[in-house]
Ligand binder design. Structure first.
Ligand code: SDX
Length: 393
């Protein structure tokens, strides 16, 4: 139950560390945060409660959750000077680039309180990041569409506060269906941690040099940006839109993927660990139809995605390679229905993944076995040779 992957001579599944935070069984499609199955947490918990669980290791009592929620609530504001930060970017700047630079820049407001070995300072940095990342994400979006920034309204819950800062206007009251808030909260839970994925490994590696938590998370945002990782949720929607624009011929698209046409992959499919259906994708798929029904919307891209999944799951090429939908396959349809622009989808992934990055960084920094990340290599370049003057080359 607590065993880890065995060393693989191909160095593809080598265990890089031990961790007590998240357990994945890729063959069985199991995901647990601190031992709790993801399906139960998605169904019964809340994002801030899961953040507490990941960081502190136990589900909070009601009093502990109230105090944690209240601490987060009191740190949602950004320094007034920081509001100008968003004005330096071009309107079409990708919000992931804004997010990673904002997180790193944010640390300058606290640079005298970033000692990675001072538990109180690390805890305050954790609260500040969880509280302020939604504000930063909302401000990046507002600036890109030329709308005024809204201050956080701390009478609202965590997710509703984020939605209001993103879609609200100072000229009118903002309302959102509580079920939509609940579903976005649940999506954040599904993204909250995933053991040693690319971005989390990046956060741990950067932190292993004793870089502060903000700098480490900023690096994690950049790693998540990649289309093979968190950027896949944006790439999936762009893929579905392209298939739709070309007439919706799913079978033809799958044929071209199997022919390995350059740059063509079934985005949202496959996984470095899961060789079975990603348990998160199953939860997202169920929520997708529900969101469209609540919002009274239909989206041909959802039908396209479901047909694509059906064709791929019955095709030997994908079956032999154990390629199944991953967490990114359906999320884009939901985010689009909620009103988020495609380039904001990976920002939503980052908002969800933040507590996991924080928990993993804190586990690493407190692990005496952790040495500075310094991978070795197998040198395959030329043997020793001597300098030749340019006139003789
Ligand atoms: C996330 O690690 C995590 O936990 C990540 C994540 C998290 O929560 O942090 O779960 C989030 O990043 C999910 C993954 C999102 N990325 C995508 O959806 C992009 C599309 N997926 C592929 O890029 C790919 O599946 C990876 C990168 C996710 C995983 O690749 P693997 O396991 O290294 O597989 P591989 O590259 O070794 O490929 C094995 C075979 C190859 O074919 P052959 O050379 O054997 O003929 O499968 C093929 C690949 O060409 N293949 C695909 C494919 N993924 C792998 N073919 C078509 N479409 C795909 N998506």
């Amino acid at each position: 139950e607590t065993g880890h992957v065995t060393l693989d001579p191909g160095f593809t599944n080598t265990a890089s560390t031990t961790s007590a935070i998240t357990y994945i069984d890729g063959e069985a499609g199991i995901l647990r945060y601190r031992g709790y199955p993801i399906e139960e947490l998605a169904e019964r918990s809340s994002f801030l409660e899961v953040a507490y669980l990941l960081i502190y290791g136990e589900l909070p009592t009601a009093d502990q959750l109230d105090r944690f929620t209240d601490r987060v609530r009191r740190h949602t504001l950004l320094d007034e000077k920081f509001r100008n930060f968003f004005t330096v970017f071009p309107r079409q700047a990708h919000p992931m680039a804004v997010l990673s630079s904002a997180v790193s820049a944010l640390s300058t407001f606290y640079q005298d309180n970033l000692d990675p070995f001072d538990e109180e300072q690390v805890d305050l940095s954790s609260i500040r990041l969880i509280a302020k990342l939604p504000t930063i994400a909302a401000y990046a979006y507002k600036t890109s569409v030329g709308q005024p920034l809204l201050y956080p309204d701390n009478s609202l819950g965590y997710v509703e506060n984020f939605l209001r800062m993103t879609f609200g206007l100072p000229t009118e009251p903002y309302e959102v269906d509580p079920e939509i808030v609940r579903i976005l909260d649940m999506l954040f839970i599904l993204h909250a941690d995933h053991e040693q994925n690319c971005s989390t490994s990046t956060v741990r590696l950067v932190g292993s040099s004793h870089a502060n938590l903000f700098s480490s998370v900023s690096a994690g945002v950049d790693a998540l940006f990649g289309p093979l990782h968190g950027g896949a949720n944006q790439a999936v929607l762009e893929m579905l839109e392209r298939i739709h624009a070309e007439g919706g011929n799913v079978e033809d698209f799958v044929r071209r993927v199997k022919n390995k046409e350059p740059g063509l992959k079934l985005m949202g499919f496959g996984h470095r660990v899961y060789r079975n259906y990603d348990p998160r994708a199953a939860v997202v798929k169920k929520a997708t139809r529900k969101v469209l029904d609540i919002l009274g919307k239909s989206d041909p891209l959802l039908d396209l995605a479901m047909r694509l999944e059906e064709v791929a799951l019955n095709d030997d090429y994908f079956i032999e390679r154990k390629l199944y939908p991953n967490v990114d396959f359906y999320t884009g349809v939901i985010y689009k229905a909620m009103g988020f622009p495609t380039n904001a989808f990976t920002v939503l992934f980052a908002l969800g993944r933040l507590p996991g990055w924080i928990a993993q960084w804190r586990e690493m920094i407190n692990d005496p076995a952790t040495k500075i990340g310094r991978p070795r290599q197998v040198y395959v370049g030329p043997g020793e040779r001597h300098y030749v003057d340019i006139s003789e080359r």
